[in-house]
Design a protein around this ligand. Structure first.
Ligand code: NOJ
Length: 543
């Protein structure tokens, strides 16, 4: 790719406070070599698209050496690229081009567990019970007369016991798949190793890290029972995620790790940041992960989980803003990611789901803080619900019948035939099939089409960058409305931008807010005043 008119990165060390970050699920974004799997060179070739979309940074899901049991969240070598995705040289070319286009790169760090193919785990297996090699993981003897019962009642997030027994009689802990053994973060070598891995990627120029299972690295002393699980009471322990305490999540000691990482990030120029994928009992406990001496951001999954009602959104927005204000960090909004059903489908699917998803985008992008956009949401992609079971690859599918594959289907770029330009010209391969309806949702099919979801995102992102009221990181002012509406303003000097969302079920009169500058559906009415359709949002400005 030749880079014309490169836009150098701004030198603003606080760039992450109001950035729009685009999540790339590497395997499904763009395939440069026709093997049906997305890769780093594919991302590199599509950087101009992302620059034109108007985002600030990319978060890349893991592309490291891996047996791919959990889509790469099972890392065998933290310092290399899996051949499926390319080489380290491809990574270097990609980040150089990204920076030249003014785009920052955030990579995924997976510190809670390694792959069972990692040399440390292989050494632990070979060395046997009681060895120093086993101390880097969480091995334990079982309960029962012969040690035939797991050491405690912990349950894997993917279903079933969190322990697997080896032929030599010992058990090892895996909060996810058995191919993802949990590390022992009380071991100094584990801590030193990850500090070195951070430096490895910082030295290669990455601008930040998304920390996988950021709440999980420390387990309660003595590995105490939870007291119930799906085997005993039928309730899965993972139902407590974000709602209750578990002895394997959100332990106070985990914060020591981040207090050690922050000076490393701060020792590099340009504002290197980290965002936590953390689940905590309350927004208050979640906020403890962020702040000047720990991580920079933590995803607000409550926003993603809000139901389609004005009260629900208002509550999560207020809580998240209040908590982030206390710790002096930005809020971090997200509507979709590679683990959750796409929000078009969550909001009702079909025309209704798409209408609501477009409105939610304008809501999210008007809020202060940082917003994460999951690849394909700018195209209004729905979840693919009818993938054949034999193609599903999510390890959770085999254990509990739940699969995240439907939000990981390769992106449609162009053309009449599946996989719609995902690979090079003429390539018919894609690791998951795109539905026929995606022909009309491709990037090419939506580019330049007034009213398309892609053009809606482009317009909103352009305004978000340029508008003084959105450029600052301040608070919001809620405005009085009819029930079922959300309306808030953001102000910079004389410039006021007001976002109104109609969740009321009937068209709403929206006069007095100023000039409409973008709407998720065309406003109707003129003389008697503007009407905001059902499930729509609009931005108004007054200067
Ligand atoms: C969270 C990741 O987003 C998910 O995809 C993965 O399966 C688990 N962590 C385990 O690493």
């Amino acid at each position: 790719m030749t880079v014309s008119n490169p836009t150098p990165l701004t030198s603003d060390a606080d760039w992450w406070r109001s950035a729009v970050v685009y999540q790339v699920y590497v395997r499904s974004f763009a395939d440069s070599n026709g093997d049906g799997i997305g890769d780093l060179q594919g991302i590199r070739e599509r950087l101009p698209y992302l620059r034109d979309l108007g985002i600030d940074a990319l978060w890349l899901t893991p592309f490291y050496t891996s047996p791919m049991i959990d889509g790469g969240y099972d890392v065998a070598d933290y310092r290399d690229v899996d051949p499926m995705f390319g080489t380290l040289a491809d990574f270097d070319h990609m980040i150089t081009d990204a920076h030249a286009l003014g785009l920052r790169i955030i990579v995924d760090l997976v510190p809670n567990h390694t792959s069972s193919a990692h040399p440390w785990f292989q050494a632990a297996l070979a060395a046997g019970p009681g060895s120093a090699e086993r101390e880097r993981y969480l091995f334990a003897d079982g309960k029962g007369e012969q040690g035939e019962l797991p050491p405690n009642d912990w349950e894997s997030i993917f279903g079933g016991p969190a322990w697997t027994r080896l032929d030599d009689g010992q058990w090892y802990l895996h909060l996810f798949d058995p191919a993802q053994p949990d590390l022992n973060w009380r071991h100094p070598q584990v801590r030193a190793e990850f500090e070195d891995v951070l430096r490895f990627w910082l030295d290669r120029g990455v601008d930040g890290f998304r920390i996988d299972v950021a709440h999980g690295m420390i387990k309660a002393d003595g590995l105490p029972d939870v007291g119930f699980n799906s085997m005993t009471t039928g309730q899965r322990q993972s139902e407590l995620l974000g709602k209750g305490r578990l002895p394997y999540f959100d332990q106070d000691e985990v914060h020591d790790i981040y207090r050690a990482w922050r000076p490393i990030l701060d020792s590099y120029p340009g504002g290197r940041m980290a965002v936590a994928e953390a689940w905590a009992e309350t927004p208050q406990r979640l906020a403890r992960y962020i702040g000047p001496d720990e991580l920079h951001q933590a995803f607000s999954f409550d926003f993603l989980d809000a139901t389609w009602s004005a009260d629900s959104f208002r509550k999560v927005v207020d809580t998240a803003l209040a908590e982030s204000t206390i710790v002096g960090a930005p809020t971090t909004w997200v509507l979709s990611n590679h683990d959750r059903q796409r929000h078009v489908t969550r909001y009702g699917d079909g025309a209704e789901g798409l209408r609501r998803a477009r409105a939610a985008a304008l809501l999210m992008l008007a809020l202060p803080g940082c917003a994460y956009v999951y690849q394909g949401e700018e195209l209004g992609l729905p979840e693919v619900l009818d993938l054949p079971d034999e193609l599903r690859q999510d390890p959770a599918f085999l254990r509990i019948g739940e699969s995240r594959d439907g939000c990981r289907v390769p992106i449609p770029w162009s053309g009449e035939l599946a996989p719609y330009g995902f690979g090079p010209e003429g390539s018919e391969l894609s690791w998951l099939p795109a539905p026929a309806t995606w022909r009309d949702l491709s990037v090419a099919a939506q580019t330049g089409v007034p009213g398309s979801t892609l053009e809606l995102y482009r317009t909103a992102l352009r305004i978000r960058r340029a508008h003084p009221a959105l450029a600052i990181t301040g608070g919001i002012t809620w405005l009085e409305t009819e029930p079922g509406l959300l309306a808030f303003s953001r102000t910079a000097g004389d410039a006021v931008l007001t976002c109104v969302v109609n969740l009321s079920g009937v068209p709403a009169l929206v006069d007095g807010y100023g000039e409409p500058i973008v709407a998720s559906q065309a406003l109707t009415g003129q003389d008697a005043g503007h009407l905001l359709p059902v499930d729509a949002a609009a931005w108004f400005e007054r200067r």
